[in-house]
Design a protein around this ligand. Sequence first.
Ligand code: ZN
Length: 608
Amino acid sequence: MKDFIVSARKYRPQTFDDVVGQRALTDTLKRAITSHKLASAYLFCGPRGVGKTTCARIFAKAINCLSPHEDGEACNACESCVSFNEQRSMNIQELNAAANNSVDDVRVIIEQVRIPPQLGKYKVIILDEVHMLSPSAANALLKTLEEPPSYVIFILATTEKQKILPTILSRCQIFDFNRMEIEDIIGNLKMVAEKEGITYEENALNLIAQKADGGMRDALSIFDQVTNFSGGNITHESVLKSLNFLDYDYYFQMTEILLEHRVSAALMLFNDIVNKGFDGGVFMGGLASHLRNLLVSRDEETVSLLDVAANLRTRYAEQAKQCPLKFLYYAIARCDRCSNEYKNAYNKRLAVEITLIETAQFDEEDPGAGARPQKTLKPLFRDTNVKAATSMPKSAAQSALVSPAAKPEATVAAHPGPSAQQAAEPAVPAVSKKSDSAPIPKVTKIPKINLNPSTLAKTVPSEDKTPEPASEAASPALQMPSVLGEVPFGEKELLYYWQQFALLLDKEDHVASMRLQGLELKLKENEKIEVAVFNEMLRNLIRPYVPRIEAYLQQQLNNHKIRVEIKLVEISVEQLKRYDPKEQFEEMMSRNEALSRLQKDLNLQVEL
Ligand SMILES: [Zn+2]
């Protein structure tokens, strides 16, 4: 293929009618031109690669055309149009704010439009990625937007409308560009393929359109890539290979397996996918989208939300008929949660496997029953907690809690036999922050403790893996996972398990453990836990632990809705004085890294 020009450039639309998938919007622009009602500034918003800049250029050409068509399109033949098409028109200035975002950049461009146009009526300034302008540059622009010369029209383009100053928004006529639909993209790819003499399979173009995710420019560049790879014959197979794209057949197959409760088959299919070099997180995200497509295909009202090629629609409709609604809700929620937690998962593969196991065990009659662990085990942390507490420095131990493990009956934990179910009832959390002599509060709502191997793997320090009978059940990958409920809980239980987590963390990271223990928690609506921190450093120290804390609390309190949010609050010197010496020292440490290092190296403690 000699003289190769990228398709996105070669087939860039030259008229409004060529623009794909934005008909309503191009019609409005044409009407504005024919009725001579032009605004002095426009804002084009929308995702990348959907034709914002292209439309801006067509618009600039059309309003300068010397003999425009009746419908508002440029003639593409007059002197002005030709100069536009050859990219030598003086009536258009383009600035990409992502690369040139200073005041000077904006001033230069404003200077350039001082002189009225020699040919045509308007000078058009296109400012791409306008949300990237520096604040002072945005202000300089604002002044010109307020009183532009009569022959100047600004077209601002952005992918992030919410980042545009309201003062700028209010001076622009706003156009929202749509993400392109798969069918529109496929149609355009077919047009290009036919003009280029490239043969293709319909399914292959569908894959390209999916991968492009609503952007025509991306679709065309993927198209070029695949054309090169496949030597001008775009087959389904060649697209899969060159894009490292997971075939939707896998998703159809996996859904079928999950519906038939075939756990082993699900794991084997996932193994197959992993062996082909695909990332588990990508697979989870893809499976979630697939299930979502099934969900919207079930209902006539939502079927318009199904954005896939025509030949896939029937396949979706058929599989959707076999999926109970409850199954879809459940499975989508599971997959979505796994995708969210995937990045921070300790054992990524296991995280996906657990999700598949849980979903395969879904029982419509009793949602969640299939996935409940066959036996509930005595929590391991009791043992680790004893060790942690005894090996803890004085101050940490002081603020630690009365451990339930300290009770004599905790010895049962080491021998979970048939009575494990009974023994698993958690001891009443004893919450006491400063002194261990406080009375043990009676908690009526006893949180159910479930064992989840993934949580355990994260929370039990690795060097602590003595071969206890209880850990045997927790280690194998195929251990029955638990389904988390929505059990209500109070601040006392929350504080209790928060401190437990901090204690478990102590072996791994003493500083973080101490800091966690000293934090103020607030239980907000919807199981949101607000954690107040007083400085950035402390926030950065704690932030990496948030996913683990969430997983741990969700597990221990049997509530999947729990979310932890760190809130940065200002604290004055006055407020700081009200703290006790230990807290003051900790606060100072968090403000001064050197001090914190010193504390760590010399193991300094504050005596109270
Ligand atoms: Zn013309």
